[in-house]
Design a binder for this molecule. Structure first.
Ligand code: OAD
Length: 233
């Protein structure tokens, strides 16, 4: 891949699978035993906040039991050594990219380790148990902190910055995502429309596989380090 200066990488749950974080769309259609609309929508939170807070508390606690894998670490290396532009856009709410060394990183679906106070609108790092209804560090109101996670029906974060990066990139790489959830599923077409080369690294063809110039099928832990080696020469 010659003449590449600017890269956008999109990652999804597949990049964290080898770290032991479950993906969303398992064969049973359930996500850790729940239907997505029972835990990942504003309606679910309004209907049963205890269930939703407890679900995300468990997922947050699980982060202490997992570590970044070779794919996260390879992207950390790319981030440190790539001399051109790079933006890693992750749909993942875990913190494995950061722990793998990525800094040019954006969490478009929010982060497990952040809370959003609905009383004062502050978003802040959070590492406790929301089901205990803690007080907000900014305004002191108790019981108003929800996970700072983009639920179905809510707008993903930093879309303007992402759109600008997609329009300017020479290479778009999608890693470990099923291509089932928009707007991320449309990034490949957006980047291609602006003339970027597009590459997919996934265990199996994603729903939008036909839109990529090239698809490589396999485990992220193998494919991503090999691709980063190619890029860094
Ligand atoms: P999915 O669970 O839909 O897709 C994960 C993809 O990773 C699938 O295509 C798998 O084949 C692939 N995969 C699994 N293991 C892999 C491995 N070891 N190496 C490479 N690929 C592997 O997850 P996402 O596409 O990330 O949104 O889901 C997108 C969004 O849907 C999530 O961000 C979440 C969810 O609802 C919100 O929570 C807002």
């Amino acid at each position: 891949m010659t003449d590449i200066q600017s890269i956008v990488v999109l990652t999804g749950a597949g990049i964290s699978a080898e770290s032991g974080v479950p993906t969303f769309r398992g064969p049973d259609g359930l996500w850790e035993g729940h239907r997505v609309e029972d835990v990942a929508t504003p309606d679910a939170y309004a209907r049963d906040p205890d269930l939703v807070l407890d679900f995300y508390d468990q997922r947050r606690a699980n982060l202490d039991r997992v570590t970044p894998n070779e794919a996260h670490e390879a992207l950390g290396r790319l981030d440190a050594e790539w001399p051109g532009e790079l933006l890693i856009v992750t749909q993942n709410v875990d913190d494995l990219h950061e722990r793998g060394g990525a800094t040019r990183l954006l969490h478009m679906h929010g982060e497990l380790k952040k809370g959003w106070c609905l009383a004062c609108d502050a978003r802040a790092p959070f590492d406790g148990t929301m089901a205990d209804r803690p007080a907000c560090a900014s305004c002191g109101t108790a019981g108003q902190i929800r996970p700072d996670i983009v639920w179905f029906g809510e707008m993903p974060y930093e879309m303007d910055r992402i759109d600008d990066a997609l329009a300017a990139c020479d290479l778009f790489v999608s890693i470990g995502t099923s291509g089932a959830v928009y707007p991320a599923a449309g990034f490949v077409q957006g980047a291609r429309h602006h003339g970027a080369r597009t590459l997919e690294l996934n265990l199996e063809p994603s729903e939008g596989s036909i839109f990529f110039h090239e698809s490589r099928m396999g485990r992220a832990g193998e494919l991503v380090p090999a691709w980063v080696d190619e890029m860094l020469g």
